[in-house]
Design a protein around this ligand. Structure first.
Ligand code: AP5
Length: 211
């Protein structure tokens, strides 16, 4: 089972991808997580992420190609945050064709812009990967991770001015992917405005029914 999860910033891709990957034993491949790790030792990546700009296609594609060459991919994978440009989608198609891998579906999580901004502005994350929201999903103790006790922080790209830039990057560079994938017949629309568990059920239902 191989899926892609699309949606604009704050749509809930990461939240759902983590749960779906655990539920179905797939590899969760998040390019955002990979770059957040890379930026610790790479100042040019750090600058791009902190300003809400995309990492150049060539770097992203090579990183994903290397990851898809690992054996664990055979149990199925869920791409979160990739592809993000039509160029990346074309490269992914080429990679999959050459390895004889087929995609089973492409989830597009739809959430109104204002709701996403609200979600992103209140998001607080932990170095262990856990994610919270100051109002929608607060930790038991303010500022502290329920899972590991770590100190929660605000992502550098979750500041208001950068959020605006990320949305404009999405409109210009990522939204055209919807047209690109419409022709594949694999696009599945998900109502992301519902609760986390309801969004999860929509996606789970599609996977179980073979969509
Ligand atoms: P990435 O991490 O992929 O950022 P993004 O696409 O902007 O997505 P977000 O992580 O902001 O949102 P999400 O949709 O995952 O929402 P989440 O589940 O966290 O990429 C970061 C950067 O890396 C990019 O800007 C770029 O620089 C670079 N990059 C990554 N991939 C790249 C690529 N392919 N090419 C080039 N550059 C790339 O949820 C958000 C909040 O809402 C959370 O607080 C959560 O608790 C809450 N929430 C989630 N679901 C619900 C719900 N149903 N109801 C209420 N609250 C909810």
């Amino acid at each position: 089972m191989n899926y892609i999860i699309l949606g604009h910033p704050g749509a809930g891709k990461g939240t759902q991808a983590k749960k779906i990957a655990v539920k179905f034993g797939m590899v969760h491949l998040s390019t955002g997580d990979m770059f957040r790790e890379a930026k610790k030792s790479d100042e040019s990546i750090n600058k791009l992420l902190s300003s809400g700009q995309l990492v150049p296609d060539e770097i992203v594609v090579n990183m994903v190609r290397e990851r898809l060459e690992k054996n664990d991919i055979e149990k199925g994978f869920l791409l979160d945050g990739f592809p993000r440009t039509v160029k990346q989608a074309e490269e992914l198609d080429r990679m999959l064709r050459s390895e004889n891998i087929k995609m089973d579906g492409i989830f597009l999580i739809n959430v109104p812009f204002e709701e996403s901004v609200k979600r992103i502005a209140g998001r607080r994350v932990c170095a262990c990967g856990a994610s919270y929201h100051t109002i929608l999903l607060p930790p038991k103790e303010s500022g502290k991770c329920d899972r590991c006790g770590g100190v929660l922080f605000h992502r550098s790209d979750d500041k208001e001015d950068v959020i605006r830039d990320r949305f404009s990057v999405y409109e210009k560079q990522t939204k055209p992917l919807i047209e690109y994938y419409k022709e594949s017949g694999l696009l599945i629309y998900i109502d992301g405005l519902k609760s986390e568990s309801s969004v999860f059920e929509q996606i789970r239902g599609c996977i179980i029914s073979g969509r």
